[in-house]
Write a new protein. Structure first.
Length: 207
C-alpha cells in the first residue's frame, strides 16, 4: 500500500513538473539576420503621433536592434483598412518579421471586436503566407481599466506567436509618458521600443 501511494505521489509530481514546463514555454521566433528588415505595421501608435519622426518606436527599435525597421503606421486607420494595405507592403519590403500593432481605432470607435479579431487573423495569415514571422502588440481599451481585450492573447495562442501585452498599458497609465490621452510621447515610445526589443530577445529573434 505504501509503495502504491509513493508511486502515485511520484506520478502526480512528474505530471505537475511537465505541466509547468509546458505552460512556461513561450512562443519562439526565427533568429533575425543582421541585414533583416522588420515591418512595423499599425496606426498612429506605430506612426509615432505625439513625438518626432526619429522618436517613434520603429525608429528607436531600429537603433536598438541594428536592423532596418520600416515605419508603416497610418494615423486613424482601422483594422479593416490595414487588411487592405498590408499585402502590398509585404511584397515591397520583403520583411523577415512583422510587428503588428493594430486595433486601437476599432476600440475607440466601438467597432465589432469579432470583426477586429478576424482582421488581425487575416493580416497574420498574409504574413505567414510569405514566410514572414509575426509578433503581436496588444492595444488596451481606451477606458479607465486600460486592459487589452482578451482577443490578443487568444490570437497569439492560436498562431503560436509572441504577444507584448503590457507596455502600452504601462505607458498610458503615466502622464509623464503620454503626449495626450491615447498617444505616448518620446519617452513613452522609447519604453515601447525597449519592451519590444526585450520580447524579441526572449523569443529568440535577437541574441
Amino acid at each position: 500500500m505504501n509503495k502504491l501511494r509513493t508511486a502515485l505521489c511520484v506520478t502526480i509530481l512528474l505530471a505537475g513538473i511537465l505541466l509547468s514546463a509546458a505552460c512556461s514555454t513561450k512562443p519562439q521566433l526565427p533568429a533575425l539576420a543582421a541585414d533583416a528588415t522588420i515591418l512595423a505595421f499599425g496606426d498612429s501608435l506605430t506612426f509615432g503621433t505625439g513625438a518626432g519622426e526619429t522618436e517613434s518606436y520603429p525608429a528607436v527599435l531600429s537603433r536598438l536592434t541594428g536592423r532596418k525597421v520600416v515605419n508603416a503606421g497610418v494615423p486613424g486607420e482601422v483594422s479593416a483598412l490595414g487588411v487592405q494595405r498590408l499585402p502590398e507592403l509585404l511584397e515591397r519590403e520583403r520583411p523577415a518579421l512583422l510587428i503588428l500593432c493594430h486595433g486601437a481605432n476599432d476600440l475607440l470607435r466601438r467597432q465589432d471586436q469579432q470583426l477586429m479579431a478576424d482582421n488581425l487573423r487575416t493580416m497574420i495569415r498574409e504574413a505567414r503566407a510569405r514566410d514572414v514571422s509575426v509578433m503581436l502588440v496588444a492595444v488596451p481599451f481606451p477606458d479607465f481599466s486600460l486592459k487589452p481585450p482578451r482577443l490578443y492573447d487568444a490570437i497569439g495562442g492560436e498562431f503560436g506567436i509572441p504577444v507584448e501585452r503590457k507596455v502600452l498599458r504601462q505607458i498610458l497609465k503615466k502622464s509623464s509618458l503620454k503626449s495626450d490621452y491615447i498617444h505616448p510621447n518620446a519617452a513613452g515610445y522609447r519604453l515601447m521600443a525597449e519592451a519590444l526589443e526585450k520580447q524579441l530577445k526572449t523569443s529568440g529573434a535577437l541574441p
